[in-house]
Ligand binder design. Structure first.
Ligand SMILES: C[S@@+](CC[C@H](N)C(=O)[O-])C[C@H]1O[C@@H](n2cnc3c(N)ncnc32)[C@H](O)[C@@H]1O
Length: 276
């Protein structure tokens, strides 16, 4: 059974997310940035393994897959899956240019099958664009075995609301107007094409859902995962899940203040869990 969303595939085929420069500049970006520096929490997981098998569901142009492969080629075997053949082709070209051992599959994540079990399963900004986020979570969890880690990024039920309302209030305005308003928030990107790609993804997307940490924790616990940490409490060790379920509601006010101060906060959260 597939919950893939055709409108979403069409949206990304027309303009893939975060592919904005030529291959040369993408190659330079990969060489320059080690994702384990950008994501210290990933680094902590990475350190637990001597060799590590990683899979990224909805890998887009493969920046994360190819960057990990480039900076950690003797330790990591990294695989990317995406249903958009355009991004898989791009990711493969970069892999070839950099002579990496990464692997890419052009496949809907709901129909992707592999006998391999991965030590680390990543999915960032993807499952909320499917027709059934919970089923998508269950599906990617099939690639886990005992002690596998999950690094999952989704739009947040409370934190996303002020951002969405901000742009809903402009529903009668032109795309150019909205893009200009978006630029006022997202100040750390200078490249116009990159900025447009992010704007399009976050403001013009044909389908997204939002989720609470409480809801996602419950789905993962049923899949026999222990919840380790989340971005909502700045990745501190979770002693009591109920406490985090209670503080996550504060994300609404936090996000509202960000919008009022013209600061960028799209309402995204990361959950880290471990298979029992
Ligand atoms: C917002 S982009 C995120 C890309 C990447 N994870 C990143 O962080 O840059 C969402 C990606 O998910 C992919 N995607 C969405 N639904 C999918 C599905 N059912 N199966 C596989 N890929 C999917 C899209 O093609 C797109 O590349």
């Amino acid at each position: 059974m597939t919950f893939k969303n055709e409108k979403v595939l069409d949206f990304y085929e027309k303009l893939p997310f975060n592919i904005y420069g030529d291959l040369k500049s993408a190659e330079e970006q990969i060489k320059k940035f080690d994702p384990l520096v950008i994501y210290p929490e990933l680094k902590k997981i990475f350190k637990k393994f001597e060799r590590i098998k990683i899979i990224d569901f909805g890998c887009g142009g493969g920046w994360l897959v190819n960057s990990i492969s480039y900076h950690h080629r003797n330790k990591a075997q990294v695989t990317g899956v995406d249903f958009n053949p355009v991004v898989i082709d791009y990711a493969n070209k970069l892999k070839k240019k950099l002579n990496l051992n990464s692997k890419f599959y052009s496949s809907d994540l709901f129909t992707f099958q592999s006998n391999i079990k991965y030590d680390l399963i990543i999915s960032l900004g993807v499952l909320h664009h499917t027709n059934n986020c919970h089923e998508a979570i269950k599906h990617i969890c099939k690639s886990a075995c005992k002690n596998s880690f999950l690094f999952l990024g989704l739009y947040h039920k409370y934190g996303r609301e002020p951002f969405l309302n901000h742009f809903r209030d402009m529903k009668d305005k032109s795309e150019d107007f909205k893009f200009n308003e978006y630029k006022k928030l997202h100040k750390n990107i200078n490249d116009e094409k990159k900025l447009y790609s992010w704007f399009r993804d976050q403001v013009l997307h044909p389908h997204e859902t939002q989720h609470s940490f409480e809801e996602i924790s419950k789905v993962l616990i049923k899949e026999r995962f222990s919840i380790l940490s989340c971005s909502i409490n700045r990745f501190n060790k979770i002693q009591n899940l109920e406490e985090v379920f209670s503080i996550e509601k504060e994300q609404y006010q936090y996000s509202l203040n960000k919008i009022k101060n013209c600061e960028y906060f799209p309402g995204f959260f990361i959950t880290i869990a471990k298979k029992e």
